[in-house]
Design a protein around this ligand. Structure first.
Ligand code: UDH
Ligand code: MN
Length: 380
């Protein structure tokens, strides 16, 4: 028979073992389990538990729309209005980016009720410290534009900027010219407002961290330092593609961008070289913050690789003052103040200038047929 004294002894031994096990678990990094174990002996705390659940459900980590409910429409009491804080309290860091099918512009509008006609916004309750125009070169990428608008509007509102989004649309089907469109975008945006910073922004690049603030630096800024397609690394030191930010002064100092790069490639490197030829340097955000996801795509029709790009690049030091903002010629065909952006459609001509190329001499039908017959079939 076990005596009463030995019963107590067994009980103390059991509790002692429990304590040792808990101490070991805690040392091994199982603190969470131990504290859970301890919590079940404590009185339940419904308020605390509810608060925990609330943060978990209402503000999902990385949702670009998470903080927007904290914005409000302008109060019209006529009281003093102060500058917004230097660092926006709405910033939350990393943004989760995905591309769900079926997104519509109507949905983007519904989620951004404070964005005004032409894709403009300014904070209601404080005076923005920065005025930024986003300039997007565009043709036939409406499906990308929808995603960019979906992410960019809340991203810029979180940064408490006074901003507008300009889409510069190349008319016609002649070879695409990204840099010339930027020159047109610069002039047309500055015509509307004295912007203190211009972001030149590919339509398919989505920023992944809201601490990548869309404001200018003392030197031209290359914002897209870390793209997913380059393994979130800078591909080479002089790379200036994707998204860059310049003040009007920077832009004019380097005579804007080249007008003569038709087709894919080279123009971004030319722009990078212009920065240094104009006596400036390239500034960049950190690799952690300047992250972008590119919507996957193939090379577009009408934007073939430009085989002349290397020859042209070799001459930039001689050509940058002769070709650029001072020679940019284009015609504005329309300017539409749409709910989420200002669309400016421009005719930028061809290598031969603004006027359409003279029609080619017509080839007689018989000659056409023989050319066709002589053309080799493309490789499979
Ligand atoms: N763009 C258009 N329409 C066009 C061509 C270009 O809107 O027809 C604009 C758009 O803003 C785009 C930017 O110009 O983001 C740059 O063009 P791009 O996206 O074609 O350039 P990228 O460097 O090209 O991304 C990569 C070539 C894709 C090859 C895919 C092989 N896997
Ligand atoms: Mn692209």
């Amino acid at each position: 028979m076990i005596s009463l004294q030995s019963k107590w002894r067994y009980l103390f031994m059991f509790l002692g073992i429990q304590l040792v096990v808990m101490a070991l678990l805690s040392r091994e990094g199982y603190q969470k389990r131990v504290s859970y174990f301890i919590r079940i002996f404590r009185k339940s705390d419904p308020a605390g538990a509810q608060a925990q659940n609330r943060t978990a459900t209402d503000v999902p980590v990385g949702n670009v729309y998470a903080n927007l409910s904290r914005l409000s429409k302008a109060e019209t009491d006529g009281g003093d209005i102060f500058y917004c804080p230097k660092t926006s309290p709405l910033l939350a860091g990393p943004i989760h980016v995905s591309f769900p099918s079926g997104l519509t512009l109507a949905e983007v509008r519904r989620k951004n009720p404070l964005v005004e006609r032409g894709g403009r916004y300014r904070p209601a309750n404080c005076e923005a410290r920065h005025r930024t125009a986003v300039v997007i070169p565009h043709r036939h990428r409406e499906h990308h534009l929808r995603f960019l608008l979906y992410y960019l509007h809340p991203f810029l509102q979180r940064q408490q900027l006074n901003y507008a989004i300009y889409v510069i649309h190349q008319a016609g089907s002649y070879t695409f010219n990204r840099a010339k469109l930027m020159n047109a975008g610069f002039r047309e945006a500055m015509r509307e407002e004295d912007w203190d910073c211009l972001f030149f922004h590919d339509v398919d690049l989505i920023p992944e961290d809201d601490r990548n603030t869309y404001v200018c630096d003392a030197n031209p800024k290359h914002a897209a330092i870390a793209m997913d397609k380059f393994g979130y690394k800078l591909p080479y030191q002089m790379y200036f593609g994707g998204v860059s930010a310049l003040t009007p002064l920077h832009y004019l100092k380097m005579n804007g961008f080249p007008n003569n790069y038709w087709g894919w490639g080279g123009e971004d490197d030319d722009i990078g070289v212009r920065v240094s030829l104009a006596g400036m340097s390239i500034s960049r955000p950190s690799l952690k913050v300047g992250r972008y996801k590119m919507i996957k795509h193939k090379l577009d029709k009408g934007n073939d690789v430009n085989p002349k790009r290397f020859n042209m690049l070799a001459k930039t030091r001689h050509t940058w003052k002769l070709d650029g903002m001072n020679t940019a010629e284009y015609e504005v065909l329309s300017r539409e103040y749409l709910p989420l952006y200002t669309n400016i459609t421009v005719h930028i001509g061809t290598e031969a200038g603004l006027k359409p190329l003279p029609p080619r001499p017509t080839v007689p039908i018989s000659a056409k047929a023989s050319v066709k017959a002589a053309t080799p079939k493309p490789d499979k």
